[in-house]
Design a protein around this ligand. Structure first.
Ligand code: R5P
Length: 284
């Protein structure tokens, strides 16, 4: 099986090079550049029948998506028969419904288009997994739980895993399952008509080391609120993890200041993308 890395996966290149052979995979070289007018140019240099194309579609999202299409076309042109797209972070995935008349379902447009070139589609922790139905072939929402658990294993003695809200509970359950720890989630409690307070449900965090796990950190507001509350409640160390570090300006610094450690996976390269998903990809 050949592996092609787009520009949105170059931050994973060294690890792919070091580990590919162990998983019976071989990296295919490419030439990728941008023409002076802004258009993309790609060229695939290897041969084969089957390939995995890894391309995370973080900023600039449209360029990364276009490159993924061009790589698909180039591989078909070279005679590759079966193509898997691995898109660790899928752009447009949060635009999954029409909220105002006249809007598109953007994630549908993206997935339908990718299906013209790719036979299988893999993504990590998709915002709304139901939207995978828009990819009319095999489509899989991969879990980062094992990788997150591996990373925090040694730090969570007397630990507990918390989700910042009920919607994130399954992710917390999965990480806790890997580590054999208890888990719960925060719930919003109305204190007065104007005041809403978050609190963890049915657990005593006093003296415990807590890992809060979410899918996305954007402004960091959710995590900072949760971490401050845990500290007030007497928690031990407070760690924060997420799959996708879509950090708004200043968010890494703000969250880092509020917690003992912040770590996200490498679906998006940032200075705190310390949890690698490369082995999960190489297993595909
Ligand atoms: C919300 O549905 C998501 O799961 C995250 O909790 C949210 O995107 C985090 O945003 P922020 O970091 O801006 O609080």
């Amino acid at each position: 099986m050949k592996v092609v890395l787009g520009s949105g996966a170059q931050h994973m290149r060294d690890e792919f090079l070091a580990k590919a052979t162990g998983y019976d995979k071989e990296l295919v070289e490419t030439e990728i550049k941008t023409f002076p007018d802004g258009e993309k140019y790609v060229r695939v240099l290897g041969e084969g029948d089957e390939a995995i194309v890894v391309q995370s579609t973080f900023r600039p999202q449209d360029e990364h998506l276009m490159e993924l299409l061009l790589l698909g076309d180039a591989l078909r042109e070279k005679g590759f028969k079966h193509l898997k797209a691995v898109v660790p972070y899928l752009a447009y995935s949060r635009q999954d419904r029409v909220t105002k008349e006249g809007e598109p379902i953007s994630v549908r447009a993206v997935l339908r288009t990718l299906s013209l070139y790719y036979d299988e589609f893999y993504v990590f922790d998709l915002h709304n997994p139901e939207t995978l139905k828009f990819f009319p072939k095999k489509a899989v929402n991969l879990s980062p739980a094992k990788a997150i658990a591996r990373y925090f294993k040694e730090k969570l003695e007397n630990g507990i895993i918390l989700a910042p809200d009920r919607g994130a509970l399954e992710r917390a359950r999965a990480v806790a399952g890997e580590l054999g720890l208890e888990f719960s989630h925060f719930e919003k409690k109305r204190i007065s008509p104007t005041e809403v307070q978050m609190q963890p449900v049915d657990v005593d965090v006093k003296g415990k080391n807590v890992l809060i796990v979410d899918d996305i950190i954007s402004t960091g507001g959710t995590m900072i609120r949760a971490a401050n509350l845990l500290k007030e409640m007497g928690a031990g160390k407070v760690f924060v993890a997420a799959t996708h570090g879509v950090f708004a300006k200043g968010a890494i610094e703000r969250v880092s200041k509020a917690v003992d450690e912040l770590a996200v996976t490498n679906t998006i390269p940032t200075e705190v993308s310390k949890i690698s998903l490369v082995e999960e990809i190489l297993k595909l």
